[in-house]
Write a protein that binds this ligand. Structure first.
Ligand code: PLP
Length: 409
């Protein structure tokens, strides 16, 4: 089937939850994606932060080929060789103790919420329903299942599915006084994205995060860092929380963990982990041999000397180039980000920029209507950034001109 036929069939055969870009992707290599006509796109979307090592990475392909001939799935009723070393590695990296493997980010967040509730219940056996509040932060995104969705800020995502999980309250973004005021003895966990991804690459401030940590410690609640988008090297650190010297009780990772196959990990401190016992939580597919072996390879590559430094260096260059672009184009309101989680907030909607960039052979995405968000493979180089900036300049300049015309008309 060609693109038009596929689009036509999708229109009638799929439940319409996605607004797709008009590309029929057929293969990828390095930082480039190719469509069915052989057109090449430089990828600044990275499969929404999943393709951290780009496409068709030779070492990933080698693991994939080898493991696919051994074991694809065994269930969690048996041991296989890769969960144990992966769990140890993840726990050590996060400064925590134990891991539960799930498949997707939202599922691992769901696990974190369950863990927090079970932990609270264990601490207060006399009042089983006493501590069941979860504090989340305005503008956050934690996923689409009913628990994670309850902690996701945009009303348009939540409203159609109410009633959601009760007891989730939102704290105003970076408002330490509001956090203190909201923190009642009923709070079982505070859930934060250190850098909010879907929210437009917005950083939580250090004093806010430190206060969350302090309050959790004081009240024996869990500080849960959702590192699904900002973790595993994306910001040039293993985890975004490390910038602030935080010591979370639970860390959740997913997206790039298994190089494109679904795998998520809920990483927890010993005392919190003890709230789960056999049978209390589980997953048919979570932590399968292929995914875990791929994840071991991903972590091995990220740990190589110079890898994370490269993310910091190219990320700083990228932001500097966007800042330069902004000097001549006031249409760019602000440039934000850490490492290769970068955003340019525009004064106008960004959808047409994404479409024009696509025509020019660049993939990116727009979130919050006006925020161009860049989540490229972590292997991009300065020359790729230069290519993107050269393509964006005329697109944004023509928008600026259009704007001016509208104003003078
Ligand atoms: C910060 C954050 N949390 C949770 C999720 C949900 O992850 P998934 O789509 O794998 O369920 C996402 C997805 O974009 C995310 O960015």
């Amino acid at each position: 089937m060609n693109f038009d036929q596929i689009a036509e069939v999708e229109k009638r055969a799929l439940i319409p939850t996605y607004d797709r870009l008009p590309i029929l992707a057929v293969r990828g290599e390095g930082c480039y994606l190719y469509d069915d006509r052989g057109k090449k796109y430089l990828d600044f979307l990275g499969g929404l932060a999943v393709n951290a090592l780009g496409y068709a990475h030779p070492e990933i392909l080698a693991v994939l080929r080898d493991e696919s001939e051994s074991l694809l799935h065994v269930s969690n009723l048996l041991y296989h060789p890769y969960q144990a070393p992966l769990a140890e590695k993840l726990a050590r990296l996060a400064g925590l103790d134990r891991v539960f493997f799930a498949n997707t980010g939202t599922e691992a967040i769901e696990g974190a919420i369950k863990l927090a509730r079970a932990y609270a219940r264990q601490r207060h056996p006399a009042e089983p329903c006493a501590q069941v509040e979860i504090l989340a932060v305005e503008n956050s995104f934690h996923g689409r299942t009913l628990g994670a969705l309850a902690a996701t800020w945009p009303e348009k995502y939540r409203k159609p599915f109410e009633p959601l999980l009760p007891g989730v309250k939102f704290v105003r973004l970076n408002d330490a006084a509001h956090l203190r005021q909201s923190f009642t003895p009923r709070v079982a966990a505070v859930l934060v994205e250190v850098i909010q991804g879907e929210g437009g690459v917005v950083e939580l401030q250090e004093n806010f995060l430190k206060l969350a940590e302090e309050l959790c410690r004081a009240h024996d609640a869990l500080l849960v860092c959702d590192e699904i988008q900002c973790g595993l090297g994306r910001t040039g650190r293993w985890f975004a929380f490390q910038k602030h010297g935080l010591k979370p009780d639970v860390v959740v990772v997913a997206k790039p963990l298994a190089a494109g196959l679904p795998l998520a990990a809920l990483i927890a401190r010993e005392e919190a982990s003890a709230a789960f016992s056999p049978g209390m939580h589980g997953s048919t597919f979570g932590g399968g041999p292929l995914q875990c072996r791929l994840a071991l390879k991903v972590l091995e590559i990220l740990a190589r000397p110079g890898f994370l430094e490269h993310v910091c260096e190219v990320g700083a260059y990228f932001r500097a180039q966007l800042e330069k672009l902004r000097d001549g184009l006031p249409l760019i309101r602000e440039v934000r980000g850490e490492g290769l989680m970068v955003a340019a907030e525009l004064a106008v909607p960004g959808k047409s920029v994404v479409r024009q960039a696509l025509e020019a052979g660049f993939l990116m995405n727009c979130t919050q209507e006006t925020v161009l968000r860049f989540l490229p493979p972590l292997i991009i180089e300065r020359r790729h950034v230069d290519d993107l900036i050269a393509a964006l300049r005329p697109i944004l300049a023509s928008l600026s001109l259009g704007e001016r015309k509208e104003v003078t008309a």
